[in-house]
Design a binder for this molecule. Structure first.
Ligand code: GDP
Length: 183
């Protein structure tokens, strides 16, 4: 199991958060990031990012996670947002079906701008609303993920359920792939 560490890192990599507005991306990120959470110095891109050091085996990995900071509303996300990213959390809101329908649109964008072998976790957020306001079943989420070759997880940023697990799944897989490439 990976823990959080403040020491110098062995690897640094970038990952991005994508998905419709108000699905919970910022809340997921601030739950996960115990380190810094700050505005990027490139206002033209207008993103925020946070760091988190994670220990896997004997290696310390510094994950730099980018958030759109509301820019998805204005369709201002460009290739610079995706450039160099090795992973993505593609988030929808289980209580709003439109956000699930738009997953295909986000996948399209990922394929256009992102790395071909990016590790993507499909995240159905707001699982705490599951009993009363669910519009997308867990099975639908899982099926879509399977079809698209993604990992899948339902989370609640509000109740801190599976948030750590979703990020760590992505980070662990990226580590697996990149350390193999180094052989
Ligand atoms: P973003 O636009 O995707 O970054 O979404 P935000 O993180 O700003 O969240 C949008 C709204 O959804 C806010 O009102 C949050 O409080 C709420 N929210 C985020 N995550 C959850 C969650 O897991 N459960 C519930 N019930 N509300 C959430």
């Amino acid at each position: 199991m990976a823990d959080s560490y403040d020491e110098e890192c062995d690897y640094l990599f970038k990952a991005v958060l994508i998905g419709d507005s108000a699905v919970g991306k910022s809340n997921l990120l601030s739950r996960f990031a115990t380190d810094e959470f700050r505005l990027d110095s490139k206002p033209t891109i207008g993103v925020e990012f946070a760091y988190r050091n994670v220990k896997i085996g004997d290696k310390i990995i510094k994950a730099q996670i980018w958030d759109t900071a509301g820019q998805e509303r204005f369709r201002a996300i460009t290739s610079s947002y995706y450039r160099g990213a090795l992973g993505a959390l593609l988030v929808y809101d289980i209580s709003r079906r439109t956000t699930f329908r738009n997953v295909k649109k986000w996948m399209h964008e990922l394929r256009e701008f992102g790395n071909l072998d990016m590790v993507v976790v499909l995240v159905g957020n707001k699982s705490d609303l599951g009993d009363q306001r669910r519009e997308v079943s867990e099975e639908e989420g899982r099926n879509l993920a399977e079809m698209e070759g993604l990992f899948f997880m339902e989370t609640s940023a509000l109740e801190n359920v599976n948030v750590e697990e979703a990020f760590l799944r992505m980070i662990t897989k990226i580590h697996e792939i990149t350390s193999q490439k180094c052989l």
